[in-house]
Design a protein around this ligand. Structure first.
Ligand code: LLP
Length: 424
């Protein structure tokens, strides 16, 4: 699955040497392979057609990535007005976009409705009532899914599980039928879909099966009551290999979908994020210094937890590869790979067995295409990390590193402080 590999001793993607990108753009920098994203998309398409593939923009919202996926026929799953506008700007038609999220504001729902969004996934009774009021006021009809909470443990990391009854997401599956009935009487809504998403980085099909079974049961109850369910939005969650996980076989997933909900005659929507873009990206960083202490060896790189937060936030593992292939027989040693941010949690790897690394060397953090750049921040006054997209033998900067003046430009000096120095 990994599109990055050594060619003639240098880490490359397609025929592009990653070191050439680092030399031109500087580090840290995210690099994504358009070819890998396309291949991953094609796999979904081949296995799940005629299901709609609504890419979860939260995984990687870069406009060029979105444009690439739009060109392949993808729709989008968005969770904010910002993501919605991004998807539109990239050329994804509103009628291919679903709006998820547990806390949509009135303004967000209004913007989505006015643009003719395909579906809004509601997660509570108050949200449905709000949406009804807004749609009625605008003289529009919202196509609505209720996202159910199936009370299924996805068997993934606690912090990325969403389908247990203690999680904040969705409407308890036991209460969903009553809410459908209540909503069916409200103006401005067409209640025609059920949505579910139980978590991310799933490696097992059984939780999916249990969740889909609940959906099938609910669909049956609603159809018997005269509410027609036309669409089932089965969410995302498709795991990838970061270390030694076995990614789900999509064909097996498709079989589970067919077995559990295939006979209901509904249109199927899936919302993959990580699987489409995760393996397609790396974060490149340069070693600033190697510090030996009496008890540890620290490899200090110029990327920090503000650029890639997953290790510190989820204890996530990302393989770390040197850009130059290590010579045969070289001694690997344990090291902590850390960033420059003034937090002890700014650590990418602890006691990791690595080939010799010296200041100036380049490394790649693998499987960083999903939930990487999108989760970056400017903590410690660090500019947002730039992004590069490769295709075949070429590469292009698709988001520039902001100049320091750009972040300063948004700030304002109150009158009472102005004139006392500086030039903001
Ligand atoms: N649909 C909904 C409603 C979601 O909440 C998510 C992810 C997806 C689809 C896409 O899931 P995927 O196919 O990417 O697993 N920041 C975490 C992951 C958070 C996922 C949140 N929701 C991480 O870095 O692992």
């Amino acid at each position: 699955m990994r599109p990055f590999g050594y060619i003639d001793g240098y880490l490359a993607v397609g025929s592009v040497r990653l070191a050439d990108i680092a030399a031109e753009v500087g580090t840290p920098v995210y690099v994504y392979s358009a070819d890998a994203i396309e291949a991953a998309y094609r796999e979904f398409e081949a296995v799940l057609a005629p299901a709609r593939i609504c890419y979860a923009v939260k995984a990687n919202g870069n406009l060029a990535v979105l444009r690439l996926l739009a060109g392949l026929g993808a729709g989008a799953d968005v969770v904010s007005e910002g993501e919605f506008r991004r998807a539109l700007a990239a050329g994804i038609a509103p009628d291919k976009i679903v709006f998820s999220g547990v806390g949509k504001t009135n303004a967000e729902m209004e913007a989505a409705l006015q643009s003719g969004i395909c579906q809004i996934n509601c997660e509570s009774a108050p949200e449905i009532h709000n949406l009804s009021r807004i749609a009625a006021r605008l003289g529009l009809t919202a196509s609505v899914a209720i996202r159910i909470n199936p009370d299924v443990d996805a068997g993934t990391l606690d912090r990325i599980s969403t389908g247990r009854k203690t999680d904040k997401f969705g409407v308890a599956w036991t209460e969903a039928a009553a809410l459908f009935h209540e909503a069916a009487r409200l103006p401005g809504l067409t209640m025609e879909a059920i949505a579910v998403h139980i978590g991310s980085q799933l490696g097992d099909l059984e939780p999916y099966r249990r969740a889909f079974r609940r959906i099938a049961e609910l669909t049956g109850i609603l159809q018997a009551d005269g509410i027609t369910i036309r669409r089932l939005d089965l969410g995302g969650g498709f795991g990838i290999r970061y270390r030694d996980e076995t990614p789900l076989a999509l064909a097996d997933y498709a079989k589970v979908v067919e077995e559990e909900v295939g006979s209901l005659g509904c249109e199927i929507v899936v919302e993959p994020g990580r699987r489409l873009v995760g393996p397609a990206g790396v974060l490149l960083a340069r070693v600033v210094a190697v510090k030996e202490t009496p008890v540890r060896r620290f490899v200090i790189v110029d990327a920090g937890m503000n650029d890639l937060v997953r290790p510190m936030m989820y204890d996530a593992w990302h393989d770390i590869l040197p850009l130059d292939v290590p010579p045969v027989g070289v001694e690997y040693r344990l090291a902590d790979v850390v960033g420059p941010v003034c937090e002890s949690t700014d650590k990418f790897a602890e006691e990791r067995l690595l080939p010799p690394l010296n200041s100036g060397d380049l490394v790649a953090f693998c499987e960083a295409g999903a939930y990487g750049a999108v989760m970056a921040s400017t903590y410690n006054g660090r500019p947002l990390v730039p992004e590069v997209l490769t295709q075949g033998g070429r590469f292009d900067l698709v988001r520039a590193r902001p100049a320091f003046t750009e972040s300063l430009a948004l700030e304002r000096m109150p009158d009472w402080l102005a004139g006392s120095g500086g030039d903001v």
